[in-house]
Design a protein around this ligand. Structure first.
Ligand SMILES: *Cc1c(COP(=O)(O)O)cnc(C)c1O
Length: 491
């Protein structure tokens, strides 16, 4: 006996049917989407540019497809996305993309995302999704081994390096027992090459009032460990409270790797939390050359790596590792009871991600990584990273040998800077060159400001970048530099 109008319920039910299409419709939809992305991927290898500069009209046209009460045909929807999204802006999936830190959008990762979204496991809580949480932990333990971290370290797969850095800084803040009234006299050491995400994380962590020291750099943009030690000692003598050092393992602008081993010495001797931002560079630990560059990373208290950079995964994949996972649990566990039960008395239990991160509900990000490692095998990743190291040195040599070009230091990893030297204001000349590259669109490079000078840079990290793409990129840069010189001359 209910007063609910069941005819109304049945009528509502009929209107929801489209939300769970039947098998035949699902297969049709999937085939349409598959056809769309396969055509895009096929073009990616030959004629999709590193940058689609003329897309504003297509972006504006997205407004012509308002969200309404009624379904739109899938072909039409895909066509709208194809025009307004897929070909507009920088194309990080292209092997001709050398800007910022290139992404890749590894295909295995996309398949994993499809699978993970359909099955929709509740990946934040062990009880709810033990298999999903176990796979995430397997990825974390695999990375721990690659970096030389203890197998029982704390770890979390985040949406990216920014959130991973935030988690590490919050953990460091709490582990050092800093209370809010002590924030203003606490000191954090970083450098002018530290990623701005760290500065942002410091502020979000409530440490905006903490003192920040920019440690002087050597001639290759690396933090000087001797200068760090001197600054820390001076600050201690002045009654301040040094507590955290943030080193970069692959600075975004210059690719420089700070001397991690020497910095670890300073931190150990002075009981400071040693955090390494290896969002860009961390994956190179998989290679022999990279591992030797990153020596000392295993001695840090926390480290951040972005698998959506060096492991080529789709965007939305970062990792933070914390040597002592109890520090992480103390910072993030939802309840003290959990800490006592799960963390202390059962040290082998696979912790729920929700207890080691600010998130509760989360997507099953780990599947991207785990499936990719399984389907491709680790050797392919190691080879790709070794290849990037060599290609960057090769590009550095080739651009350095071009007429009218100078290059920054030999790359520590796979990023270096270069400048075009021609008649006229050097900043204007290099801006004109980068503008010409963007307008041309065949390749993409970005620039930074280094020592107050506008400085183009070259970053090799896309999994589709090989020798042919690098050779073509250098040829395009030479060709456009000649054209820029011509037009500067004409004025
Ligand atoms: C990319 C990067 C970040 C920021 O990471 P997101 O994944 O973009 O949030 C932080 N630090 C370094 C060194 C980076 O390269």
């Amino acid at each position: 006996m209910s007063s609910v109008d069941l005819d109304r319920v049945r009528e509502l039910e009929a209107r929801t049917r489209i939300l769970h299409p039947g098998l035949a419709s699902r297969r049709d939809l999937l085939a349409l989407v598959d056809d769309h992305v396969q055509r895009w991927l096929e073009r990616l290898s030959d004629d999709l540019p590193g940058y689609g500069p003329d897309g504003q009209t297509a972006v504006d046209a997205l407004q012509d497809a308002p969200i309404t009460e009624h379904p739109r045909p899938p072909e039409e929807v895909l066509e709208i996305v194809g025009r307004g999204v897929d070909h507009v802006g920088v194309n990080e999936s292209s092997g001709s993309f050398f800007g910022y830190i290139p992404g890749s959008g590894l295909y295995f990762g996309a398949l994993a995302d499809y699978h993970a979204a359909v099955v929709n496991r509740y990946a934040g809580v062990y009880y709810a999704a033990p298999g999903a949480v176990r796979l995430a932990r397997t990825c974390i333990e695999w990375l721990a081994e690659v970096l030389g971290y203890p197998a029982d370290c704390g770890g979390d797969i985040t949406s990216g390096g920014s959130i991973a850095n935030l988690s590490a800084l919050v953990t460091a803040r709490d582990a050092c027992g800093l209370r809010s009234e002590e924030f203003a006299e606490s000191v954090i050491y970083l450098s002018s090459q530290t990623h701005h995400a760290v500065d942002k994380a410091i502020r979000i962590a409530g440490l905006g009032d903490a003192q920040r020291r920019l440690v002087p750099l050597d001639g290759r943009y690396r933090m000087r460990a001797d200068a760090l030690a001197r600054l820390v000692d001076e600050d201690r003598r002045a009654g301040l409270r040094p507590f955290l050092v943030v080193a970069s393992a692959g600075a975004t602008d210059t690719g420089a790797v700070d001397p991690l081993d020497a910095i670890a010495d300073v931190c150990e001797q002075r009981s400071l939390w040693f955090h390494v931002d290896a969002a860009y560079g961390g994956a190179f630990a998989l290679t022999v050359d990279g591992a030797s560059r990153l020596r000392g990373i295993a001695r840090s208290d926390s480290v951040v790596v972005d698998p959506h950079k060096g492991f080529f995964l789709p965007f939305g994949t970062g990792v933070v590792l914390v040597r002592d996972r109890m520090h992480m649990a103390r910072a993030f566990a939802g309840s003290a009871a959990y800490l006592e039960d799960a963390m202390d008395s059962e040290p082998d239990v696979v912790a729920s991600p929700a207890e080691l991160s600010p998130e509760l509900t989360r997507p099953f990000r780990a599947l991207r990584w785990w499936l990719s490692l399984q389907l491709a095998g680790v050797d392919a990743f190691r080879a790709a990273l070794d290849e990037k190291l060599l290609l960057a040195r090769y590009a550095h040599d080739r651009i350095g040998a071009l007429d009218g070009f100078e290059v920054g230091p030999e790359p520590d990893l796979s990023v270096f800077t270069f400048r075009h030297v021609a008649n006229g204001d050097p900043d204007a000349v290099n801006r004109a060159l980068v503008d010409a590259i963007h307008t041309d669109g065949r390749i993409y490079v970005s620039a930074t400001v280094l020592d107050d000078r506008y400085t183009p840079r070259f970053a090799v990290l896309n999994c589709r970048t090989h020798l042919a793409e690098v050779d073509r990129a250098v040829d395009v840069i030479a060709e456009l530099a000649a054209r820029v010189n011509g037009s500067l001359h004409d004025r």
